[in-house]
Design a protein around this ligand. Structure first.
Ligand code: AMP
Ligand code: ZN
Length: 142
């Protein structure tokens, strides 16, 4: 897609530090290096976000992630774990609208990556949870 920075990386029109590629995906270092080894895995096909995947492409892309994640982890003995993150929509911090998965190596709970899940469980009784559940289930298959 014209004007998509990741399509340009796929086409080698702009350089990247590629660590893996095949006919389906390309994996390359995220320029921000949130933590050392921070890697992006992208489908070569231009897909804006998770909502646009069909099952075939999703399974092809997801199937490749563990192998890439293992290589990133093995690349540095200080890597103790990894967050795998996929942002969808500006509100969810997506800034490049060609779908991608962040592989963020974790070195300690004090490294440069933070993620906060607020615990709101005290605000939901079982009726409220059931209502949310029903609404999601009603749209499954859309
Ligand atoms: P997101 O905010 O989830 O859309 O993530 C987009 C990511 O793309 C950011 O972490 C950027 O650092 C990264 N990024 C943007 N341009 C490049 C580039 N030319 N090469 C590598 N990573 C990039
Ligand atoms: Zn693209």
């Amino acid at each position: 897609m014209k004007d998509c920075i990741f399509c340009k990386i796929v086409a080698n029109e702009i350089p990247s530090y590629t660590v893996y590629e095949d006919d389906i995906v390309k994996a390359f270092l995220d320029i921000s290096q949130g933590t050392p080894g921070h890697t992006l895995v992208i489908p070569k096909k231009h897909i804006p976000d998770i909502f646009e995947y069909d099952e075939e492409l999703a399974s092809q892309v997801f199937a490749r992630i563990p192998k890439i994640a293992r290589a990133v982890k093995a690349s540095n003995p200080d890597i103790k774990g990894m967050n795998i993150l996929n942002n969808n929509g500006q509100v969810a911090y997506q800034s490049v609208f060609h779908s991608h998965f962040h592989l963020i190596p974790r070195y300690s709970s004090n490294d440069d990556f933070k993620m906060i899940f607020k615990d709101n469980s005290n605000k939901y009784d079982s009726d409220a949870l059931k209502k949310i559940q029903d609404s999601i289930v009603a749209h499954m298959g859309d």
